[in-house]
Design a protein around this ligand. Structure first.
Ligand code: 6PG
Length: 251
């Protein structure tokens, strides 16, 4: 099953974040209306910070539109660091969104980056996902919304070029050694990413322009450009890019 893929180009990072917040609210309202809850996987890095702040902002049109008590927060990936570490994706989301919006603590399902063995963190998260989504053997969680970023090298989540995790077909989450950082990362696997009802990429900045053009081009080379794996997602794939990141896309 191929995904319906859409690319929207926005004037700048601020407008891109506002459109992303509109999408977040729409998906949350649809999920709660349909299933009584909203399961979202947050992405890390710096791009989504503005989105997270907007969603929690008291005088912006988004906060009041979300049933926070019915929203459950997961992560698409995490660094192998404690939750209070400057590089923690959980810490960034906590500071910009989760401690500013009325999210019940039991609705926050973080990856235990503090585990000495990253594989244990992955295994524990796998069990947490299986329990929350009441998964049977061979089943995958279906996030209502999966937020993703894209690195200038073409990675997404913590699926980096040539990573063995790109070939994972059974596990839901895995620990991967990332040589460029000399560190482990814990990341959702391709089947989980491709099982999401909607994947939403946020890509900003001129440094991503060349890679975005390649990733969106017809020729697929997932080993070189892991972000392309999401093109075959089962659900909808929406790319939001600012004009700088989209500057090399043909009209
Ligand atoms: C992470 C993210 C990663 C990120 C991209 C883009 O843990 O770093 O999950 O996939 O989305 O690297 O990062 P920026 O938004 O900082 O450019």
């Amino acid at each position: 099953m191929s995904a319906s893929q859409e690319v929207r180009i926005l004037k700048d990072a601020e407008e891109m974040s506002r459109v992303a917040a509109q999408e977040f609210v729409r998906r949350a309202q649809e999920a709660v209306a349909a299933r009584g809850r909203f399961a979202v996987a947050l992405s890390g890095g710096s791009t989504p910070e503005r989105l997270y702040r907007l969603l929690a902002q008291e005088n912006a049109p988004f906060r009041a539109e979300v049933s926070w008590e019915r929203a459950h927060f997961f992560w698409s990936d995490e660094r192998h660091v404690p939750p209070d570490h400057p590089e923690s994706n959980y810490r960034m989301a906590q500071a910009t969104l989760l401690e500013r919006a009325p999210v019940p603590p039991e609705n926050i399902h973080r990856i235990e980056g503090e585990q000495a063995d990253a594989a244990i963190a992955a295994e524990n998260y796998e069990q947490a996902l299986r329990q929350f989504f009441a998964l049977g053997p061979g089943e995958f969680p279906r996030f209502d919304l999966l937020l993703l970023g894209m690195g200038a090298c073409g990675h997404t989540a913590s699926l980096f070029p040539h990573s063995p995790a790109l070939r994972e077909r059974q596990r839901l989450i895995t620990a991967v050694w990332v040589s460029k950082f000399n560190a482990y990362r814990i990341t959702l696997t391709p089947p989980v990413i491709n099982h999401a009802a909607q994947a939403l990429f946020l890509v900003s900045g001129r440094d991503k322009a060349e890679t975005l053009r390649t990733v969106l081009a017809r020729r697929t080379d997932i080993d070189e450009y892991p972000a392309q794996l999401v093109r075959r997602a089962a659900g909808k794939v929406l790319w939001l890019a600012d004009q700088e990141a989209a500057s090399l896309l043909s009209a």
